[in-house]
Write a protein that binds this ligand. Structure first.
Ligand code: THU
Length: 142
């Protein structure tokens, strides 16, 4: 995985951002385990709460294309801003990287590449194992 190339793809996706309300344009590029790069951009709505971040647009598009295993994601916010994925996006990424091994690539404010892992951004993530481990009395029928 070439972090700079993945960031370039995220920056290209950012050009497609639909962000008329915040004017905060974001692109993401998700590297799938078959080598496919799935782009995403933020998608805002006049009903502001319906907004979807670039990272989740990329995940949704990859899932819809039949890809569920990801190696890395790059995120590109407005130039000069170091953008780390929001909490909801961390949770959504965690669903498909339960061990937190997903590599997360960003640019720092000074333009250099920062790479981390999802586990560092979302320690002690809630996941499917937590649902499975709850005693039946914790979720009675109805
Ligand atoms: N946004 C993203 O696309 N990704 C993030 O990680 C943070 C926020 C978008 C959502 C909204 O369209 C705009 O940035 C301002 O919050």
């Amino acid at each position: 995985m070439d972090p700079a190339a993945l960031l370039d793809a995220a920056e290209a996706a950012r050009d497609h951002a639909y962000a008329p309300y915040s004017r905060f344009r974001v692109g993401a590029a998700l590297l799938c385990d078959d080598g496919t790069i799935q782009p995403g951009c933020n998608l805002e709505n006049a009903s502001y709460g319906a907004t979807i971040c670039a990272e989740r647009v990329a995940v949704g598009a990859a899932i819809a294309a039949g890809r569920r295993r990801f190696r890395a994601i790059a995120i590109a916010g407005p130039a000069g801003i170091a953008l780390s994925p929001c909490g909801i996006c961390r949770q959504v990424l965690s669903e498909f990287s339960p061990d937190g091994a997903l590599r997360v690539v960003m640019r720092t404010a000074d333009g250099s590449v920062r790479e981390t892992r999802l586990a560092a951004l979302l320690p002690d993530a809630f996941g499917p194992a937590d649902l499975a481990s709850a005693p039946a009395s914790a979720h009675p029928p109805g």
